[in-house]
Design a protein around this ligand. Structure first.
Ligand SMILES: O=P(O)(O)OC[C@H]1O[C@H](OP(=O)(O)OP(=O)(O)O)[C@H](O)[C@@H]1O
Ligand SMILES: Nc1ncnc2[nH]cnc12
Length: 185
């Protein structure tokens, strides 16, 4: 990754207060998509976290994964498969493979699913997302790939904000850490 992308990611990120008395801050990643240099660099930089790994397909959960997943797939010359959040749209009228998310960084239970026909044993999968915290969503995405018999290379994220055990379990590589986003640039 060019060192300037690392610096640009830090500079364009903000923690925002959702309102008086909320007692917590929300990550605002919109500055990353708004900056043409960052947007141009994200796909190659995330793809470059696993040099020579040769994925056939990138898979990523909605909704931010639908934004950056195709950028990474394009940089790799790989395909892209959407991982949907159950209940977020009309049911998809074809066979789906589902995995449970017991509780993510918000404590929310979810189910993630993909179209069964789009992934199989011949695939080498790179899981992509913008952020990893508890690892719950990425773990479910890994489980989906495993359920389809695909080989999983690892997890490429913009921000790694997870514990070392989760990072090792899911083979997480990142462009920045959560700690770096919490410090002044
Ligand atoms: O490691 P975890 O605890 O699972 O948290 C990470 C997940 O949470 C965020 O998704 P979220 O649903 O908050 O937002 P999005 O809809 O903007 O992608 C992020 O995009 C990851 O998918
Ligand atoms: N977008 C995000 N995904 C996961 N954990 C977060 N914590 C703060 N922002 C987050």
């Amino acid at each position: 990754m060019p060192s300037d992308l690392h610096d640009l990611l830090r500079a364009a990120f903000r923690w925002t207060d959702p309102g008086p008395g909320s007692g917590y801050l929300v990550s605002d990643r919109s500055g990353w998509w708004r900056d043409p240099t960052i947007l141009d660099g994200l796909g190659p930089a995330l793809a470059g976290l696993f040099p020579g790994a040769g994925p056939t397909v990138v898979i990523a959960p909605e909704i931010t994964g639908f934004l950056i997943g195709p950028l990474v797939a394009r940089a790799l010359g790989a395909g892209f498969v959407e991982v949907y959040r159950e209940g977020s749209r009309l049911p998809i009228a074809e066979p789906m493979t589902w995995a449970d998310v017991p509780a993510d960084h918000r404590g929310a239970r979810q189910r993630l699913g993909l179209r069964t026909r789009l992934l199989g044993p011949a695939d080498r999968v790179l899981v992509v997302d913008d952020w990893i915290a508890t690892g719950a969503q990425a773990r479910a995405v890994h489980a989906l790939a495993a359920a389809r018999g695909a080989a999983v290379i690892g997890t490429a994220v913009i921000v790694a904000d997870c514990d070392p055990a989760t990072a090792a379990e899911l083979n997480v590589r990142s462009l920045v850490t959560g700690t770096e986003l919490s410090q002044p640039t």
